[in-house]
Design a protein around this ligand. Sequence first.
Ligand SMILES: Nc1nc2c(ncn2[C@@H]2O[C@H](COP(=O)(O)OP(=O)(O)O)[C@@H](O)[C@H]2O)c(=O)[nH]1
Ligand SMILES: [Mg+2]
Length: 264
Amino acid sequence: MFIETGNYKSILMTGFQRAGKSFISSVFVADKECLILRRVFSTPGLNFTQCVVKIIVSPEITESYVQFNTESNRQLCSIFEEERLDSLVYKFNRVLKQKRESGEGIVSSEYIKIFVPPSQLAREIIHASNLSYLVIVDTPEDTMLVQMEEINLVMFVFGSRATDINRADSKETIAGLMPLSKDILFLYNGKKLCDNENEYEDMQRDACSAVQCFEEEFTPLIKSSIIPILGVPNMHDRKIIEVEEIFRQRLMEIVKVYFKFQNI
Ligand SMILES: Nc1nc2c(ncn2[C@@H]2O[C@H](COP(=O)(O)OP(=O)(O)O)[C@@H](O)[C@H]2O)c(=O)[nH]1
Ligand SMILES: [Mg+2]
C-alpha cells in the first residue's frame, strides 16, 4: 500500500456542474486506469460526484485501488474490478445524495481516495517539480469540503452549456476561491469534436471567446492581466486519441511553469 510521504502538490478541479471535472481529472492517471475512471466516475445520471474524490498519482504506486471512506468505516476495491467498483460508487453516491437531500449534509470524513500510477503528463510534472506524488482533488459542487490551504493550483472547468443557472451555482464556488488568490487555470470543455491540430486551434479560439462571457466572474480570481485559458478537446472513454495528446502536452507545460514559479 502507498504511504503518502514526501513532497507533493495538489490540483483542485472545480467549476460549473457537469462541465467535465471528473472526466478531465483522469488525464493525470495511467492509461488503463484513466479509461476506467472515465467510465465509472463520470457517467451521466446518478453516479455523478457527490463527495470529494482525491486521486493520488505516484510512480511508486504499483497497485491501483479505490478507498471509500465514511464516518465509521473504510472499504477498498481494486480499480480493475470494474463492475464491483461501479456498483460501490453507485451505492456510495446514492447514500450521500440521500444525506444531502435530507438536509443532513456531508462531512469531510466522507470521501473517496484513488491510488493510481501517473500518466506520462503527470510523471513529467512529478519529475520536473521534484515531487513524490500529485493529488488531484475532484469536487462535487461545494468546495467547502476541501482544505483550501493545501491546494497549489485551481483548475476551473466550464463548458459551452454554461447557463445562467450554472452561473448562479458557481457564485458560491467562486466566492470560496476568491480570497485565497490561488494560481488558477481555466479549462474550457466545449465538447466539440476536433481531431487534428488545426481544429484544436479553432477550439482554443472558442475557449478564448467563451472566457470573455464570464469575465465579470473570473477576473477577480486571477493574479495576472491575462486570463489563463486552455481548451479541452472532446475525449473518449475507450481510447486516448491524438488530439487528447496535444491537449495533454499543453496542459503539462502550463502546470510545470506554475509549479516552477511556486518553488522559487
Ligand atoms: N466523451 C466525452 N464525454 C465527456 C467529456 N467531458 C465530459 N463528458 C461527459 O459529460 C458529462 C459530465 O462530465 P463529468 O466529468 O461527470 O462532469 P462534472 O460534473 O464536472 O464532474 C459526463 O456524462 C461525461 O461523460 C469528454 O471530453 N468526452
Ligand atoms: Mg464530477
